[in-house]
Design a protein around this ligand. Structure first.
Ligand code: URA
Ligand code: SF4
Length: 215
């Protein structure tokens, strides 16, 4: 099969029509070939959580652990996120967690060496956008927590800058539906920060803003 030109990558033809449930979406996403990322990754990592979740957390893309296990935020960034959520007063078990891009994107410094995470570009986030839109339509969360720049650009457009809006409540129309969003940094950036304690406290403070919206 000839590959689609880069600007035509899209998950759209793989998203089932009508309003199926999350399991049907997840099964369909497992076979997505909307962009080339499926080729090197182990599996599609779809969102996890109930359709009745009040809050949806949107990350960037699965990491190495997520790619192997098939579930979002099960690696180090996810552990840190769960701890921060609990500290802010949001039960991680009651949230719906997903990513802007559903396949792991990586490079290798050398063949057979460790896989190094590579940030997805606009090309991949827009290709994968129909899955996020379908999840949003089915879950209909009261609040979206935007974890970092990739999720922010996927939901709010390419002018999104996390530093300008983190810890504030935004009201925006997304796919024709009014949504409330609280952006914050990506939990991986806390793991990379020079001052991890300060970065972690900042994440918790932003998540407390989200907790107040849900209270
Ligand atoms: N980082 C993300 O953005 N998502 C995951 O699922 C794991 C790490
Ligand atoms: Fe489909 Fe998204 Fe995976 Fe690309 S990254 S193949 S659009 S699920």
């Amino acid at each position: 099969m000839k590959s689609a030109p880069e600007d035509q990558y899209t998950a759209e033809p793989f998203v089932p029509a009508g309003a199926p449930d999350l399991d049907a979406l997840r099964r369909a996403a497992a076979g997505c070939r909307g962009c080339p990322l499926y080729r090197d990754a182990t599996q599609t990592v779809f969102g996890a959580g109930g359709a009745d979740a009040r809050v949806m957390l949107v990350g960037e893309q699965p990491g190495d652990r997520e790619d192997r296990e098939g579930r979002p935020f099960v690696g180090p960034a996810g552990k840190l996120l769960d701890r921060a959520l609990a500290e802010a007063g949001i039960d991680p078990g009651e949230a719906y967690v997903t990513n802007a891009v559903k396949h792991f994107l990586f490079t290798r410094a050398e063949p057979r060496k460790r896989r190094i995470h590579k940030a997805p570009s606009l090309r991949e986030t827009s290709a994968c956008g129909p899955w996020l839109a379908a999840e949003l339509a089915l879950v209909g969360p009261e609040l979206i927590v935007v974890l970092g720049a990739t999720a922010g650009k996927a939901l709010l457009g390419s002018s999104f800058r996390v530093g300008e809006v983190r810890g504030t409540v935004l009201e925006r129309e997304i796919h024709g539906h009014p949504e409330r969003l609280v952006p914050t940094v990506h939990p991986s950036s806390v793991l990379r920060a020079d001052d991890r304690e300060e970065a972690y406290a900042g994440l918790v403070a932003d998540l407390k803003v989200a907790a107040r919206v849900l209270a």
